[in-house]
Design a protein around this ligand. Sequence first.
Ligand code: ADP
Ligand code: MG
Length: 388
Amino acid sequence: MKLDATDLRYITSEEFRVLTAVEMGSKNHEVVPTVLIVQISGLRNGGVNKILGSLAKRNLVARVQNSRYDGYRLTYGGLDYLAMRALSKRDSMYSVGNQIGVGKESDIYIVADAEGNEMVLKLHRLGRVSFRAIKEKRDYMGKRKSASWMYMSRLSAQKEWAFMKVLHEHGFPIPKPIDQARHCILMEFIDAYPLRQVSSLPSPGVLYSNLMDVIVRFARAGLIHGDFNEFNILIRRDTGEAIVIDFPQMVSTSHVNAEWYFNRDVECIRTFFRRRFQYESNLYPRFRSTMKEESEDGEGFRLDVVVAASGFKKSDQQVLEEYMNAVREQNEERAGSENDESEEEESEEEEEAGDQSEEEPAAINERETKDIANSVAGPSSSTSRPEA
Ligand code: ADP
Ligand code: MG
């Protein structure tokens, strides 16, 4: 798939209709029957088949032959395309540049608006990890199970967006959120390096207390980052200011495990500073006293409440949280067994791959995203702009 804005603008309206029909059909079907695509799109049968063929060539949909009926599924590429088209239609973004990050659960691109201002596009990719373990635990996805990767990725983006908006409005040191569509977030590009790349600091204590202050500020506003570590803290190149990113796992200080999450964030920073800078301090925030101070000074604006009121539903948060916990547990189990029984692990993995393809034909673990990388990884480091 070619991930550039020329392509986004020059898809025909019929192609767009068919692609959207596949997306709509995905809500209830793992593989969307071709007859249903025809029905939803409202176009002629023969025409739809031809268009599906050309969409499949561009990796926006994939034909699934080993199923009981003839059908297609939306690929990551197709979902990316629809999201970027939406963003480009409302003039939020104009062109796509290089990929700057591949996380476990996201891809990060540099993009630009029509004036050439650089921004960051974060594409959420939940579901790269096998859903098998999660499904075994609980069937909480209900009917939507059929499009779990799409649904989860979108939820994750919606949650991150809701939190970023509120945090930015309240002056927290985070990138400015710009727009959101489907599983994507558009945000300010921070010219920075991640804290993990910093090998030495003249006075680590300054940054240390600055970061602990951020944790405390979050908590006083009713929030815990939940993944506050050297990967999610960026140091601005010009000012050295610390900017926090990555919010899909944020929790409220009213969460039953709030104290545990809080302590983990604090410990991540303490451990990193000890190992990297040989810096250790007896001063670090404690959950209870932080929360007590919060209620005493009576300032008490609760951003967790603001977010809850902003339209990101509590039930959605729960679904996402259960998913994330299940993935984490699965990763931990894997890491554990990789350490002591790597041989067994191999055969288990094979088995798993087999199971998976039966249950969810190629919806998971697949890297259509490679195509994105190939198509945008040009020689230039800036964004490529199509002819107008
Ligand atoms: P993940 O959930 O996959 O960890 P992150 O939001 O942490 O995704 O982003 C992954 C990486 O991409 C970060 O470690 C950082 O290097 C880069 N990145 C993310 N957002 C920005 C941004 N707004 N500006 C600059 N770099 C960013
Ligand atoms: Mg991260």
